[in-house]
Design a protein around this ligand. Structure first.
Ligand SMILES: [Zn+2]
Length: 195
C-alpha cells in the first residue's frame, strides 16, 4: 500500500505544503537522478551524504513537481481533430470504427495499449498510427500525409469522394443503391456518424 507523505517547503517566502508522489527519500532521489539534469541545486542536494529535514522536503518537492509536469502532454499533435472525429463516431467500445478513404483506411482501436489511437492502413497494410494526442507515428508517403491532412479538415468529404469512386459506402462497405446515397457518395445513417 502507498503511504502518503506530506512535506512543507518555503519557496520565495511562501510556505508550500504538498503530498509527495514518492514513498521514500531514496525513490525521490533516484527519480531526480534519472530525470532532472544539469541543475546545480539538484546536483548539490543529490551529492550530500546527509540531508536536513528541509533538504529532504526539497528533494520530494522537486521530484514530485517534475513527475506532475511530465504527465501533462507537452504538445498537441497536428491530427488531434481527426482522432476526436473518429472516436466520436464509435458506437460501442467493443467495436472498431473504420472508414475507407481513397487510398487509405483509418481505424479506431478497441483493445490493448493503443486504445485511443487511430491506425492508418495503406492497401490493407498497417503503415502508421496517430496517437491519442494527435501525433503521427510511422513513415508514410507524401500522398498518405496529404490524405490525412484532408481527413483532418473534412473526413466526411473524403468519405463521400470514396463513395463516388467505388460505389460503396466508406463506412459500412455496402453498395450504394439508393439514388440519394449514390448522389451523396455515402449512406444517410453512416453520414450521420461522421457528423
Ligand atoms: Zn454505410
Amino acid at each position: 500500500m502507498r503511504v502518503m507523505q506530506t512535506f512543507t517547503i518555503t519557496k520565495k517566502g511562501q510556505e508550500i505544503a504538498f503530498e509527495s508522489k514518492f514513498n521514500s527519500l531514496e525513490d525521490a532521489k533516484s527519480y531526480l537522478t534519472a530525470n532532472v539534469k544539469y541543475n546545480d541545486f539538484v546536483n548539490d542536494l543529490l551529492a550530500k551524504k546527509k540531508l536536513s529535514d528541509n533538504q529532504i522536503s526539497w528533494v520530494h518537492y522537486l521530484a514530485t513537481q517534475d513527475a506532475i509536469e511530465s504527465e501533462i502532454p507537452a504538445t498537441v499533435g497536428e491530427f488531434l481533430p481527426l482522432v476526436e472525429k473518429m472516436y466520436s463516431a464509435v458506437k460501442s467500445n467493443a467495436r472498431k470504427f473504420q472508414v475507407r478513404l481513397p487510398g487509405i483506411t483509418l481505424s479506431t482501436v478497441n483493445k490493448g495499449v493503443n486504445v485511443g489511437c487511430v491506425y492508418v492502413f495503406e492497401n490493407n497494410n498497417y503503415v502508421a498510427k496517430i496517437t491519442t494526442n494527435g501525433e503521427l507515428i510511422g513513415s508514410v508517403s507524401e500522398d498518405v500525409k496529404n490524405l490525412l491532412e484532408d481527413a483532418n479538415d473534412n473526413l466526411l468529404q473524403l468519405a463521400k469522394i470514396y463513395g463516388h469512386e467505388t460505389g460503396t459506402c466508406s463506412i459500412c462497405a455496402r453498395t450504394l443503391s439508393d439514388p440519394l446515397s449514390i448522389q451523396m457518395g455515402i449512406g444517410p445513417i453512416c453520414a450521420k456518424r461522421l457528423g
